[in-house]
Design a binder for this molecule. Structure first.
Ligand code: KIV
Ligand code: ZN
Length: 512
């Protein structure tokens, strides 16, 4: 059996199913480029039948990427498969990924189909997809709760019909590692033609076991791991890419596998996903959390100073974490900014550089040391949100112990300038109330968090808000040296995301 493990990243599809994590097309494109740079083999770019926006984003990603395979997800219906192919057809390496549920509970209550009907439908779908491309993946949704002999039967039929990858999902995050490894082994030994396909696994994290289950299945013979950056995804999320990769790299004695991933791009990719989706990484998250390499106990600090390997099983540098390396300052010019951004993976056009340079200069006036994290925030805010309909242009707040907090705000709404002022019980409340009035929105603020983007008292504040309006939920993120401005930026970003969701409704199909 080969020791090559294929990494299939579904941050743009399953990851986008995290509540509030919708991304616009520019953001998806930027992330896809980063995933390719990270060395991901297959990028599941979206679910083209779900909406026109999804179709468009997948098509643009397919047209842009050079090395990675671009997959489009679809159900087994011909119309879905047509849309998936329509979106990925111009990729250098396209893949159609079709799925149908195989567990008794899903077949009975969701599909209302018999086992035989499911096998026939799966076979027809794979054959139909195969007429478009040789690269077809078939997934048995809720595979971990399916009858194992039936699962082998469906996989055998799908492979016979032309599937080159068969995927075993633990859709509801129910599996236990030992059990899941046994199931993978059973499939490897009881599916007669399994040697003609790659066995893939796709785990959800409802019991916190997604990575453990994935690694267990890999040990049993699976050779494709479906993962997301930071483990984002439906409900409790998916297996996280960084955990699988670093487990393999750190424990080669147990997992003697190779991948195409360049681990140095893990941390920048994690930051980018967090910046784009607004979903913060929990501080104690393995590999990419803020505390993952922090040593608090004196004995540990002492040990690490004497020899890092006493308490560090991997070094932060291996994942591209260069502890707030000083990069640029107020005397840095356009050329230095461009080449540093290029090193970080942002290849900007002249017009884009102009926008970011202006913001960089403004920031460098307020903050002596401009770090990679600051630049990322500038690029994300300046370039990836150009389609926003609400733009914050000016904010002035008055507050203190003797005045009623007041905010004066200037915005452009659909390119129309607007000014207003309003009160609140504090400067942030005053800013939010005024912005809500000007945008004519009525969202509920579900969560508000603030953290420092880098170290130092002059660090930019990074604010995340979670907003709800008419049942839609969106996250917003903003960074600024002034925390009230960062809050207003985050709020406006959240409102823009809500507007995007209003105009790009998720179909039932997208909520798998
Ligand atoms: O969790 C799941 O079963 C899925 C499939 C579509 C692969 O996301
Ligand atoms: Zn899933």
């Amino acid at each position: 059996m080969t020791d090559r493990l294929y990494i299939f990243d579904t941050t743009l599809r399953d990851g986008e199913q995290s509540p509030g994590a919708s991304m616009n097309t520019a953001e998806k494109l930027r992330l896809a480029v980063q995933l390719e740079k990270l060395g991901v083999d297959i990028i599941e770019a979206g679910f083209p039948a779900a909406s026109e926006g999804d179709f468009d984003a997948v098509a643009q990603i397919a047209g842009k990427l050079k090395r990675a395979t671009v997959a489009g997800l679809c159900r087994t219906a011909k119309d879905d498969i047509d849309k998936a192919w329509g979106a990925v057809q111009h990729a250098a390496k396209p893949r159609i990924h079709t799925f149908i549920a195989t567990s008794d509970i899903h077949m009975k209550y969701k599909l209302n189909m018999s086992r035989e009907q499911v096998v026939t439908t799966a076979v027809e779908a794979v054959k139909y997809a195969k007429a478009f491309t040789d690269n077809v993946e078939f997934s048995a949704e809720d595979g971990s709760r399916s009858d194992r002999d039936f699962l082998c039967k469906v996989f055998a039929a799908a492979i016979e019909a032309g599937a080159t990858t068969v995927n075993l999902p633990d859709t509801v995050g129910y599996a236990i590692p030992e059990e899941f490894a046994e199931l993978a082994k059973y499939i490897m030994t009881h599916t007669p033609n399994i040697d003609k396909a790659v066995l893939s696994v796709h785990c959800h994290n409802d019991l916190g076991l997604a990575t453990a289950n994935t690694l267990a299945a890999i040990s049993a013979g699976a050779r494709q791991a479906e993962v997301t950056i930071n483990g984002i995804g439906e409900r409790a999320g998916n297996t996280s890419l960084e955990e699988v990769i670093m487990a393999i790299q750190t424990r080669q004695n147990f997992l003697p596998l190779t991948t195409n991933i360049n681990a140095k791009h893990i941390y920048p990719s994690s930051r980018l996903v967090s910046l784009i989706t607004g979903i913060m990484v929990q501080p104690n998250k393995a590999i990419v959390g803020a505390n993952a390499f922090a040593h608090e106990a004196g004995i540990h600090q002492d040990g690490v100073l004497k020899n890092p390997m006493t308490y560090e099983i991997m070094s932060p540098e291996t994942i591209g974490l260069n502890t707030n390396k000083l990069v640029l300052g107020k005397h840095s010019g356009r050329h230095a900014l461009r080449s540093h951004l290029k090193e970080m993976g942002y290849d900007l056009s002249d017009d884009e550089l102009q926008i970011v340079f202006k913001q960089f200069k403004a920031l460098a006036d307020k903050k002596k040391h401009v770090m990679d994290e600051d630049l990322e925030a500038l690029v994300t805010e300046g370039l990836l949100r150009t389609a926003d309909i609400f733009k914050l242009q000016y904010l002035h707040v008055t507050c203190g112990t003797t005045v009623l907090p007041m905010a004066s705000v200037q915005m452009s709404i659909n390119d129309r300038p607007l000014k207003d002022a309003g009160y609140g019980n504090g400067p942030i409340d005053a800013a939010f109330n005024t912005i809500a009035k000007m945008t004519n929105t009525d969202s509920e603020l579900l969560r508000f968090t603030v953290s420092a983007l880098t170290g130092g008292t002059d660090a930019q504040g990074e604010v995340t808000v979670r907003l709800k309006e008419n049942g839609l939920i969106a996250l917003g993120k903003g960074a600024d040296a002034d925390v009230v401005t960062a809050s207003a930026k985050a709020y406006v970003n959240g409102l823009n995301r809500l507007e995007y969701l209003k105009t790009h409704p998720r179909t039932a199909a997208q909520n798998l």
